[in-house]
Structure formats: C-alpha cells, structure tokens
Design a protein around this ligand. Structure first.
Ligand code: CUK
Ligand code: CUA
Length: 645
C-alpha cells in the first residue's frame, strides 16, 4: 500500500492506527484494486456505510409514484426500511386483504367506484411553528384526487379523503405552519360538478382551485365538513407551498396554461404542449387562506358543490384574498424560505429562478399597485416590483430546497434538462456550485430542507432516469436516488440508490430523533382506528360463534399456534376470523391466511384484525401463519373445512 493511500485511509477511519495493522498487509489496497475504487469512492463509502446495528440520522419518506405507496429509507445509508401501503393494496401489511384495511381503502372510493391504485406525488410532514413535529404524514394522489393521512406512531395509513370537486390534483399536500390546514391544489382544470360540460365552455365552466383541508393536529384527522375550496381560473394549478413566519396565513400556488388552451391535436390543432406554453409568463397565485377560512364559515360566502363549500373567485377578490403575479414560463416548484420572506419559483421552460419578496408583495397589495386584472377580475401584481432578483441557473429548473445557511441565502435547485443540482444564493442570485446527477432530476430532498429549520448535511436527487447506472434488468429501469453531501463548499456525490417502486416525485426527510414509534400495540387494538377492536380475544377466550349463516371465529395467535385449529362451516356461510396476536415481544409478528380465499393479515404484537369472506368453495383449506416466527412456524396452522350441508 502506498504511503499516500494509507495516510488517507487513516484519515477516513479517523484513527492514528496504521491501516496495515488493521487490515493486514495491503488488504485495503487489494480490495480497492479489485473493485476499481478510487480514494474519492472510499471517502464516499465511509460517509454512507452503516455497520450492522447502526442507525441513520435521517428518515426519508418518498412518494411511491404509480405504486400508490410511500417508501421509507434512511440517510446516509440509503437503506430501504419500509413500503407503507397507502392507496394500493400491500399484502405484507395485510393492507387491502382484511376487513379493517379494506374499510380505510374504501374511504378512497370515488363516486362509489373502488380505485385500487394511486399516483402519489407529494408527501408532507406535519408541522409545529413551521418545524417538523414527527406526528403525521400526508400524501396526495394525483390521478384520483385524494389525500391520505399516515400515523407516524406506527407508519400506518389511518384515513383517506376524496377531493369532492377536483378531477385531478398536484399541488398538495402542504401543511400550514401549525398544521391547522393542508393545502391541496388542483392540476388539470375540469368542472367542479360531476356533469358533462363541453370543452368549448372551458372558460365558463372549467375551474382550478386550492382545497384547504381542516386538520385535527391532535387526532391526525382531516375534517371534510370544515374544509373548503378556493375557486380559481382554469389555469392548471401546480405546486404550492404554505407561507410561514412572516408570510403565515398566505398560500402560494403556481400554474401553467394561463393560455387556457384546450388541445385538439386530432383536429389538426397544435398539441397541448405547444398551446400551453405560448405565453412568456404564467401566474403565481397568492391567497390568504386564513382570511378565507373565516369567510368560508358563513353560508353567504360560499356555494355548495357536491356537498362541499366552495368560495367563488369574486368573494375572494372582494375580500383582498386572491392575487396573481406573473412568473416565468411554465413554472413548477414554488418554495417559501424558512423565514417566510422569500418565495422562490422555478420556470421550467425558463433558465431562471425568480425570488419574490414577501414584503414587496404585501406593499403592492396595500397600495393596490396592480398592472391589470385577469379575465376573471383577479388583480395582477407587478413582477418587477415584487421580485427581489432572478438567478440564471440553467435548463429546466424545477424545485428548491434550503440549506443550513439559508439565512445567508443557501439554496439548492434541481435542473431537469441539464441534469444538475445547482447550489446558489437566493439573496444575491449568484450561482456557487454545480453537481451533475444521473439523470434528469425532478425533485430534490434536503434534510428538513423546506421546513423552518433546514439541517443541511445532504441533498437527495430524485432522478427520473437511471439509464446506465445499474445492472440491466429489462426495459423498465428503476429510478435513481442520489445522495449528495453538501457539508463542504463543493457538493460531493456519495451514493446511487435504485428505487424499484414506481416514480418517486417528492420526498421529505426528518431527523430520526423526532420520530417516536410504538414497539407494540396495546392488547386488542384495531391498528387502523386506534380503538379497542370488536374482535379482541385474550388467551382462554377463544370461541366459535354462529349467528344465522355468519360464523365468527374469535381466535388468538402466539408462538407457535393459532387457536382454534379447526373451523368447520357450511358452504355459503359468511366467515369472520377475528385474530389477536398475544405476543408482547418486539418484532414477533404473525401473519394469517386462509388458502385460496384471498385473505391476508399482518398481526403485529397486540394487534387484533378481522378478515371476512364467504365460504363459497367446498373443500378443506389450510390456514397458517405467514411470518417465519419461530422454529415451529410451519406447525402454526389449522384447517377451515367447508362442507356442503
Ligand atoms: S412533481 Cu409531480 S410531476 Cu416535479 Cu412535484 Cu413530478
Ligand atoms: Cu407465527 Cu409463523
């Protein structure tokens, strides 16, 4: 081993011991040679490698895109820890295969129709004074406009709500600074009612908007009855952010298609992408959700559509609660600074990021300093007078995250077309560093990088394409999340993580120390409601009860048996298995299935579940525990016998 290398390795290992004593002569050198590793690789490895039993500093919640789920991983190890079943059935967790989870999934039915997939985009962590409090996680489904609430005490989805007026969403979920509300912006404009309206009546009958969902921060429940939607023009609303600190009370949502173009490629008209991007600017929407929430309580300020309160544009305008500001061509991300004073918008067809000054926005509003009104009468503020500066970043700027030195202007922006992360200063609008990523980055994820308390340390590039980064696995490639060290003056790329679960759009990271999860449930808990389960059964209470043609099995599971072990029913009976896991030991989960009946449950210690099905097939059906829980796991079984009476 060369002198330089062993010196370097001692540095990396933080030890004065010579590397030769640690590894035997030349061991490290040999491995490096064999694997073609450079010294930079070694340093990156030392920064990410987590020895067995080690923990990560941060936990990341990433959207699962088309999987309709959420992926959880640790930083800096980039080890995947869990997929959380959200909008899509997830068999391991029994999500969608037992009664209790089916009930939650059914909350997401749209007009009575069951939807078994979702397109998750933007996870959001609940906040207290703009800082992540580690209690709740909310995510949107763009395809079927819904929000889901995940309880961070057990990483389980507890509620799904359907947007009553939108036909798609995108700019959500975003918590207001004390989690009073969750903002969810529309994407593709459509009629708010459920009727047919010809596209020729686009300007009159199609609408965009932002739904302001009331959130019970204590209970972690969205309260639809106390929620409302702000009607907006049929510009395609896009990403949003909630104001905080200085700008608390305001929401910001950008848009594309201020042209209100309606397509028609089949008729020889320009395609959507051409018609929608003619204007040099689109509109940043700025709305006072706090004021509108008060107004929405009064019946005379709202119209009811699909049983939901909608504040018409004219009411918002009259109350000085809705404004537009021009923003560069087809913007995507809008990201409010930790102090709420700067609003950074990226125009994805423009090379610039635009920094708006909240004080200037307020001044323009106060002085009624409008450059005009849009066709719906919404006042338009002056871009030049409300802007702080514009930074020329490169091609395809999309999203922003703030660094630890945000007070001095530290910010990071993703460039989709240039495949770069740019470090720049939003106070001076000067570029400071660039890091190439592989390839075509969408969002980027800082460590609490959009809260009031950015931690710095890392940026994760959520790349849309992986191309040549991993082993070949067929035409459908994984996505590539790249971990970047931002602690130094120059960014350093540390690690590529393949993501094999749909396209993650946005991810949010929280300090692991802020999460306080249960190890087990209180005995007999329905994990999805947090209440005592109706089927709670303790040791010695096991029984089989018949009520008419409905057979209820009150059972227990504990290493290494299921009690009861034989259940005999008549063909055509309805069967409900109530099962309680009596274990108190950490990680002693049992699973349960009845073969051929499409039933599966996960029974973490203390949990009770119900699984109901119609015994419509005659025969003998083994049931068994699906988790290898003990040396006698295979013996943890029983028989369901279905006879023709
Ligand atoms: S995103 Cu949803 S289109 Cu840039 Cu927030 Cu990927
Ligand atoms: Cu319980 Cu296997």
């Amino acid at each position: 081993m060369s002198y330089r290398l062993s010196r370097f390795a001692s540095l990396v290992l933080g030890s004065a011991l010579s590397v030769t004593t640690l590894f035997g002569a030349g061991e490290l050198d040999k491995v490096m040679k064999e694997r073609g590793l450079t010294q930079a690789d070694l340093l990156a490895a030392a920064k990410t490698y987590t020895p067995s039993g080690g923990r990560d500093k941060y936990i990341v919640f990433s959207s699962g895109g088309q999987s309709g789920q959420i992926m959880v991983y640790g930083v800096p190890s980039m080890r995947i820890l869990k997929y959380i079943g959200v909008f899509t059935p997830e068999p391991w967790q029994g999500w969608g295969y037992d009664d209790d989870t089916k009930k939650i999934l059914a909350q997401g039915n749209i007009r009575g129709k069951q939807i078994t997939w979702g397109d998750t985009h933007h996870p959001a962590l609940s906040e207290t004074a703009g800082k992540y409090d580690g209690k709740w996680l909310v995510i949107n489904d763009k395809a079927n406009p819904r929000l889901a609430v995940i309880d961070l005490a057990d990483f389980v989805t507890k509620q799904i709500v359907v947007n009553p007026v939108f036909k798609s969403d995108h700019g959500g979920a975003f918590f207001t600074p004390n989690s009073e509300y969750i903002l969810e912006a529309c994407q593709y404009a459509a009629p708010f009612d459920n009727n047919y309206h010809p596209i020729e009546e686009y300007k009159e009958t199609y609408r965009g908007g932002v739904t302001v969902w009331k959130f019970d921060h204590e209970k972690g429940k969205i309260i639809p009855e106390e929620s409302f939607t702000i009607e907006m023009p049929p510009y395609m609303q896009d990403l949003s952010d909630s104001g905080k600190a200085a700008s608390n009370g305001w929401g910001f949502t950008n848009s594309f298609n201020s042209e209100m173009y309606t397509g028609g490629i089949e008729k020889g008209l320009p395609p959507f992408e051409a018609g929608m991007s003619r204007n040099d600017t689109d509109f940043l929407h700025m709305y006072n959700w706090k004021k509108l929430a008060e107004l929405a309580k009064d019946d005379k300020n709202v119209k009811i559509i699909n049983g939901h309160r909608v504040i018409p544009m004219n009411v918002a305008i009259k109350n000085d609660a809705l404004f537009l500001i021009p923003e560069p061509k087809s913007p995507h991300g809008v990201d409010v600074s930790p102090d709420g004073k700067s609003i950074v918008v990226c125009g994805k067809l423009d090379t610039h990021a635009t920094v708006y000054d909240f004080d200037k926005l307020m001044k323009a509003i106060k002085n009624k300093d409008y450059v005009g009104k849009d066709p719906y009468g919404i006042p338009i503020l002056d871009l030049k007078k409300t802007m702080h500066c514009q930074a020329e970043l490169g091609l395809g700027p999309l999203h922003n995250q703030y660094g630890k030195n945000w007070k001095d202007g530290e910010i990071y922006t993703s460039l989709y077309v240039d495949s770069q992360v740019v470090k720049w200063n939003y106070k001076t609008c000067k570029v400071e560093d660039r890091q190439n990523v592989n390839y075509n980055i969408g969002h980027l994820c800082g460590m609490e990088g959009k809260s009031a308390d950015p931690q710095g340390d890392y940026i994760i590039a959520l790349n849309k394409l992986a191309i040549d980064r991993f082993n070949e696995i067929g035409p459908l490639h994984p996505q590539n999340h790249q971990l970047i060290d931002i602690r130094g003056k120059k960014m350093q790329l540390l690690y590529d993580m393949p993501v094999p679960l749909g396209e993650p759009h946005q991810a949010v990271a929280i300090r692991a120390s802020k999460l306080h999860t249960h190890v087990r449930y209180k005995m007999g808990t329905n994990a999805f409601t947090g209440e005592v389960h109706e089927g709670k059964t303790l040791a010695g209470q096991e029984k089989i009860v018949r009520k008419g043609n409905h057979v209820y099995v009150y059972g227990t599971v504990v290493r290494s048996h299921i009690n009861p072990e034989r259940v005999t029913v008549n063909k055509g009976d309805i069967v409900t298995f109530y099962l309680t896991n009596l274990e108190r030991a950490q990680d002693e989960t049992h699973g349960f299935t009845v073969d051929n009946y499409n039933i599966h449950t996960s029974l973490e210690p203390g949990k009770t579940v119900a699984a109901t099905f119609k015994a419509d097939m005659e025969g003998v059906f083994p049931y068994y525990c699906t988790e290898f829980c003990s040396a006698l796991h295979l013996e943890m079984m029983g028989y369901l016998m279905v006879k023709d009476p």
